[in-house]
Ligand binder design. Structure first.
Ligand code: GLY
Ligand code: MN
Ligand code: MN
Length: 358
């Protein structure tokens, strides 16, 4: 499955002057090898791809990681690694500095000497930013499942039900329809709580004449979706309409203008300028979006701090919001793919303000 990924990794290793790379992140291990088990280590050199795991997983690893040599490692993994490195004449080993604790690093250093450990940041995360056709196909399905979940939950929103009950129904629906789990703790934030940008579902009882903000997604075949919609149960006030329409305008404008070649900062500014123009700049206190894939938050960021250039194959969220303490808040979030000449929006749920009967 992953030969192009290994080829791309080897090219990146060559650019960095690395003869071998040791991968300890579970997500990166899965990305490269296809192995979904909870324990394992990957070693990549110019001509070898080795997956070390323990007795519990050797059979599964051989089935899933068909392009890797699967090695059952000793009780102390570094004993096997050291032997392998000696066999291959490796003296410098790149390791994922963002995924190793200091104490693990010191024990590797001690146990692998005289091999030199070279800290490397983001080498696989950079590859993961650009999704291949197989990944995009799965991400479209993950997005579709989020859309279906939103349609499903609309039937359950009634005064008297709690946020947690709604979140549980969403989780149940996603799993019944093929998700491994939700892609993060489901946010159902109603009434004043909707002003909490990340108000994870609570025991609050839905009352009516208030916003309910849903932000959720499915982890489906290893990939995340991330969808936010805000609805009103009962009668919306002018203020509800006002802030909903501003967020919608900001989101639609961003979707209309985002294109390859633009930086994350430029994308963020499109929506932020709209919201600022209406005087609510201080109430949009997070960035416009983030990369999405095997993890819920990846690179690139659509943020005023991001110089990353948007490139075809990147998958990002577009999620402006306005949050008014004591009143409530609105966010509208879609998942998009950067294409050769624009974007493809892969979440499809309606963005007209849904006003639900009590
Ligand atoms: N709830 C995670 C996010 O939208 O970024
Ligand atoms: Mn979200
Ligand atoms: Mn998001």
């Amino acid at each position: 499955m992953s030969q192009p990924r290994l080829t791309r990794l080897r090219q990146a290793m060559e650019t960095k002057g690395l003869e071998a790379m040791f991968i300890t992140s579970a997500v990166n291990r899965r990305y490269l090898s296809g192995f979904t088990g909870s324990a394992g280590y990957v070693v990549i050199t110019k001509d070898r791809a080795v997956l070390m795991t323990d007795f519990r997983y050797t059979m599964q690893a051989s089935e899933q990681a068909s392009e890797f040599e699967v090695v059952e490692h000793a009780l102390r993994m570094t004993d096997t690694l050291k032997q392998l490195l000696a066999e291959m004449n490796i003296n410098r080993l790149g390791f994922e500095q963002d995924h190793v604790t200091y104490s693990t690093y010191t024990s590797y250093q001690e146990q692998l000497q005289p091999v030199e450990l070279v800290p490397v940041s983001g080498i696989i995360e950079d590859l993961r930013m650009i999704k291949d056709a197989d990944e995009l196909a799965v991400m479209r399905q993950a997005a579709q499942l989020a859309d279906k979940t939103f349609s499903h939950i609309l039937n359950f929103i009634k005064p008297g039900v709690s946020e947690k009950e709604l979140a549980l129904e969403m989780e149940f629906f996603m799993r019944k329809n093929g998700a491994t789990s939700s892609s993060f703790d489901t946010i159902v934030a109603s009434g004043e709580r909707s002003a909490l940008p990340h108000g994870v579902a609570s025991d609050r009882i839905i009352q009516g004449n208030e916003f309910i903000k849903f932000d959720f997604g499915a982890l489906y075949q290893g990939y995340c979706s991330d969808l936010t919609r805000t609805v009103v149960l009962g009668k919306p006030s002018e203020k509800h309409h006002e802030i909903y329409n501003i967020v919608l305008e900001a989101q639609l404008k961003a979707l209309e203008r985002i294109r390859p070649g633009m930086t994350g900062r430029e994308a963020d500014a499109i929506a932020r300028d709209v919201i600022k123009g209406y005087g609510y700049g201080d109430n949009f206190g997070h960035s416009l979006g983030h990369g999405l894939g095997m993890e819920i938050h990846e690179y690139p960021r659509l943020a005023h701090t991001s110089d990353q250039v948007l490139t075809p194959g990147m998958t990002v969220t577009v999620e402006p919001g306005i949050y008014l303490p004591g009143f409530g808040g609105v966010r509208i979030e879609d998942d998009i793919v950067i294409t050769d000449n624009g974007i493809e929006i892969i979440t499809q749920s309606t963005k007209q303000l849904l006003v639900l009967d009590m």
